[in-house]
Ligand binder design. Structure first.
Ligand code: PYC
Length: 403
């Protein structure tokens, strides 16, 4: 009887050892997924160090949108693998991550926005990703609650319809990977802040933490919001600026919306969770900052734009508002791989507003790199050397919303 009601621990508290084969800095979806896939490959002496609780950063603050309708062939192939991993994740982890592939619509309200979406539809289709342009009549059928008339200031003209896109329970993804990694013997250490990284003769030799020093030959920077701070510990300056990204959630409503709606022109995205709440966000704040504060101007402008699409929400109350911080690269693509000249220092950073949806593929491919020493083809385009080699992977046009 007792066994029936016993609460299972998702991961075990462990003593911090003074040596690990791999130290992962950051206990969000990227760090935990990498630990999980390292464990799956038989790499056992792995520690995940997180300065707060698991998922305290971007993994617990994002709006949980999953999609692969990117703009470059490199981006499409990469995020497509992530969507496929997400599709199988509940079964693989034995833990329901509540992935709802309800479909994703990026709206166009201007002719030039339609041109941008047409390019994405073609790149997506060439990469085998289901996406197509749809016009107002079809949009009105897909999203009956949205105002598709000529009444709004910027009427909806067309959309990029991406059926595999959807929303997920982000906490469940974090917990599921943590539990899976723990079962492979990974040591997960929340509330353990990295304060320094030791490098000797061009090689990583250890990390210093608030709970003691650890020797290791491999350190992965899998942090979001603070990736520049960690990189500075090895003397590396990243081409990144950090900006807040805000969101809010409404009181629960009867189900009325079963598609993810994004409007770059109106700077807003909206989805409805299985609990009935609307999750609503906008673009990054236009100023660099590490602030996690919500602001009234964001709430006012985002609510106003939401009402242009969904006037039916006009009397709905806001339940809560929050902010996270995003590391923005110049081309809106991540930086992944080992850093030339610093043996054993790996980057999985610069995720901007896309990080959560990339967690599984980033974890799987970073684990492959760390375990085998070979950079997988899928992440080669995202190396840090692209900035000096003039081969940017421009994904700004595929941001849910951008300036
Ligand atoms: O890229 O889909 C996205 C997104 C939504 C919110 C932040 N990023």
């Amino acid at each position: 009887m007792w066994r029936l009601f016993r609460t299972e621990r998702m991961w075990q508290p462990r003593a911090l050892k003074d040596r690990y084969d791999v130290v992962i800095v950051g206990g969000g979806v990227h760090g935990l997924a990498t630990a999980y896939y390292l464990g799956q490959r038989g790499v056992r002496e792995v520690a995940v160090l997180e300065k707060s609780y698991l998922g305290a950063g971007g993994s617990g603050r994002n709006t949980a949108i999953i999609r692969s309708n990117y703009r470059t062939p490199e981006g499409v192939a990469f995020y497509d693998e992530s969507v496929k991993l997400y599709e199988a994740l509940s079964a693989r982890l034995g833990f329901n991550v509540l992935f709802s592939q309800q479909g994703h619509l990026t709206l166009a309200h201007t002719d030039s926005a339609i041109v941008g979406l047409r390019v994405r539809a073609e790149v997506n289709q060439l990469g085998g990703v289901p996406s197509r342009l749809v016009w107002r009549d079809e949009i009105a059928k897909l999203v009956p609650a949205m105002d598709c008339s000529d009444r709004p200031r910027y009427p909806v003209l067309a959309a990029l319809y991406h059926p595999p896109g959807g929303i997920i329970r982000h906490d469940a993804v974090v917990w599921g990977y943590a539990r899976g990694a723990d079962r492979y013997g990974v040591h997960i250490h929340p509330f353990t802040e990295v304060t320094g990284i030791d490098v000797a003769d061009g090689r990583v030799t250890g990390v210093r933490t608030t709970r003691g020093d650890v020797k290791t030959a491999a350190v992965l920077n899998a942090t979001a919001g603070f990736c520049s701070t960690i990189a500075t510990m090895v003397g590396l300056r990243l081409p990144i600026t950090t900006h807040p990204l805000q969101a809010f959630v409404t009181e629960p409503l009867k189900a009325f919306l079963d598609k993810v709606i994004v409007s770059s022109n109106l700077h807003v995205y909206v989805s409805q969770t299985d609990r009935g709440e609307c999750v609503i966000g906008s673009e990054i704040d236009p100023y660099p900052s590490y602030s996690h504060r919500s602001t009234l101007p964001f709430l006012e402008s985002t609510a106003q734009h939401t009402l242009e699409l969904f006037p039916c929400l006009k009397h709905v109350r806001v339940l809560r508002q929050w902010a996270g911080i995003c590391d923005m690269t110049p081309d809106y693509s991540p930086i992944m791989g080992e850093v030339p000249g610093i043996r054993g220092f790996y980057l999985d950073v610069g995720w901007g507003t896309y990080g959560f949806k990339a967690g599984p593929v980033a974890g799987r491919r970073m684990a492959e790199l760390i375990a085998t020493g070979r950079t997988p083809d899928l992440i080669k385009p995202f190396s840090i050397t692209r900035f000096s080699e003039d081969r940017l992977v421009g994904e700004k046009a595929a941001a849910a919303v951008s300036h």
